[in-house]
Ligand binder design. Structure first.
Ligand code: DX5
Ligand code: ZN
Length: 212
């Protein structure tokens, strides 16, 4: 199981938190970007992210909780430490246009779906993407309870991938801890994103190991 760490909910200062994640065995740093429109809170701009990760070695998995995600693609494409750039299905009138934009860059492309969005909506996109990010909480803040009712989506996405020979990874984001990671692993997920479970703990590595 791959592990990405979100730093939306932290107990130490940002610099300390990021260097602790960087030194851990996590596979990615999951960067939650919020615009105050798609979700109520706002946080970073792309140039904030650029500065923040100047001295960080880990690859970034960027989760854009933002309307008009097309506006940010060019800037992210210039960052060599970004591996995945993920937009929300619900954030754009024609997600396929943004997916195609990202596919013309060196970045891998992800599509995120809110808990109420059905897999059937994204079926036509699945041939074109590298990651599906299944939200297991309402996007916008850390520390929420995992919603079991999304588990069937993981199984469906796995079946569709097998039947069609697609290559996307299935990631799950929100309310991940040792127990919920086990549930999503059994359902067939490839990656979990954990925030408060790791960043509010005193031992990142110990917590990360319980997720794999
Ligand atoms: C939720 C974010 C998540 C969140 C995860 O809107 O996309 O990445 O920070 O935090 P926890 O693990 O605390 O639910
Ligand atoms: Zn996220």
């Amino acid at each position: 199981m791959k592990v990405g760490i979100s730093f939306l909910t932290i107990k130490e200062d940002l610099e300390t938190t990021l260097s602790k994640i960087d030194e851990s065995s996590a596979d990615y740093i999951h960067v939650d970007m919020m615009d105050g429109i798609f979700v109520p809170n706002a946080n970073y701009t792309v140039s904030d992210i650029k500065k923040m990760f100047k001295n960080i070695n880990k690859k970034l998995d960027v989760h854009m909780m933002m309307c008009s995600p097309n506006k940010y693609v060019k800037e992210f494409a210039k960052m060599s430490n970004v591996e995945y750039l993920t937009l929300h299905y619900e954030s754009h009138r024609r997600p396929i246009d943004v997916i195609n934009m990202i596919r013309h860059t060196p970045l891998k492309v992800g599509i995120a779906i809110n808990p109420e969005t059905k897999v059937s909506h994204i079926v036509p996109l699945l041939n074109h993407i590298d990651q599906v990010l299944v939200m297991s909480v309402k996007p916008g803040k850390g520390g929420q309870k995992f919603m079991d009712e999304i588990l069937y989506k993981i199984e469906t996405l796995k079946d569709i991938r097998e039947e069609n020979g697609y290559h996307y990874i299935i990631s799950v984001d929100g309310g991940i801890n040792a127990e919920t990671a086990k549930l999503v692993k059994d359902a067939g997920a490839d990656m979990v994103v954990a925030g408060s479970y790791v960043c509010l703990s005193d031992n990142y590595e110990e917590k990360i190991n319980t997720l794999r």
